[in-house]
Design a protein. Structure first.
Length: 165
């Protein structure tokens, strides 16, 4: 059975981004309930060498947006990275979801076993499209599921992502 790259990627990315938005809702509610400045949570890190939550959300959005653009062969829209509050981050997530829903119709017919030559980090990569969602976007988007304990003020049972990845 063959499936399209759209089926293999866009619904998964949309689901993960919606989950991330709900996690941000929980963080915002937690900050309000505990009378914590939201900026404190938004600048928190899971581990000292990691980027703050705000930047992680932007990276997750960019991973989905750029991953779909790379697969569909179109230029990804440029978003400014100036979000600094829970509502702004949620708007960025929604803007990314809206972009994912607007991908060209031809993308729906790109098959998962096709190969494509993509430029990434200044290098040209020839690879099967099957690798694209797993290699570039899914790992970054999955990070959002680790944010929930942090936003709820819980201790994590590990010291860094390196211990679980």
């Amino acid at each position: 059975m063959t499936i399209s790259m759209y089926t293999a990627s866009v619904p998964v990315f949309q689901h993960m981004l919606r989950n991330l938005s709900h996690i941000l809702d929980k963080g915002e509610a937690h900050a309000a309930a505990r009378k914590i400045d939201p900026a404190v949570l938004l600048q928190s890190r899971l581990y000292p060498d990691m980027l703050p939550l705000t930047r992680q959300v932007l990276i997750a959005c960019d991973a989905a947006k750029n991953g779909v653009a790379r697969i569909s062969g179109v230029e990804a829209p440029k978003f400014e990275d100036n979000e600094a509050s829970f509502p702004e981050l949620k708007a960025r997530i929604q803007k990314t979801i809206d972009y994912l829903q607007s991908v060209p119709a031809i993308f729906h017919h790109v098959r998962i076993d096709e190969a494509r030559n993509n430029a990434f980090a200044g290098k040209s990569l020839q690879q099967s499209l099957r690798q694209q969602p797993r290699r570039f976007a899914s790992r970054t988007l999955s990070f959002g599921h680790l944010l929930r304990p942090m936003l709820a003020g819980l201790e994590l049972p590990f010291r860094s992502l390196a211990e679980i990845c």
